[in-house]
Design a protein around this ligand. Sequence first.
Ligand code: ADP
Ligand code: MG
Length: 207
Amino acid sequence: MVTLASVSYAYPGGQPIRFPDWQAEKGSHWLVTGPSGSGKTTLLYLLSGLLTPNTGEVEVEGARLSQLSERQRDAYRARSVGYMLQRPALLPALTVHQNLNLAWRMAQKAGKPELGYADVGLGDFGGRFPHQLSVGQAQRVALLRAVQHKPTLLLADEPTSALDAVNATAAITLLLQTVRQTGTTLVVASHDARLHDYFEHEIALQP
Ligand code: ADP
Ligand code: MG
């Protein structure tokens, strides 16, 4: 369960952005919409504990993020959160396997991930470097990296904005299918109207 209560955040010198109160059941899937500048990315930062609200409280599985120490928040982020960005942001000097392995170790999980290349429709690209992948393949690796540790919360910021219509549909379908397997709560921020039909729940931020 994820809860937002009376949350607002202001960047230094900026106007406060107020977020609607919100409760997300475990395993539910949410689309965050709103025009550019409405606070979609900021909301994902608040959910990941990278930013702490000026008012109100963000609670994830009973933990109030603002009450955690910086160290506990780092651990929360590595262990309980998966993050997908607009561009895959794989480390270019590491192979696919090394990229996945590094994220796995940062999540401090024992053993090996249950999810693998086949779960995201990839062949074994483990030995390749990021520049040897197509945009779509790199995005699948980024998806695997974000979900392999079965996070409580998967946050995706404009995950389809670099993709054409066919790839965008494929990417979002795969994202939903993969999080369904893991029981993860999914929050996708996007101004992409194409995604509207794929989500049961929506949070609309005001301009
Ligand atoms: P969105 O993702 O919906 O486009 P953002 O969350 O990125 O919106 O931004 C919300 C508002 O906060 C915007 O007005 C933006 O200019 C401002 N903002 C975002 N990041 C910063 C920052 N690091 N410093 C100051 N203002 C920021
Ligand atoms: Mg944004």
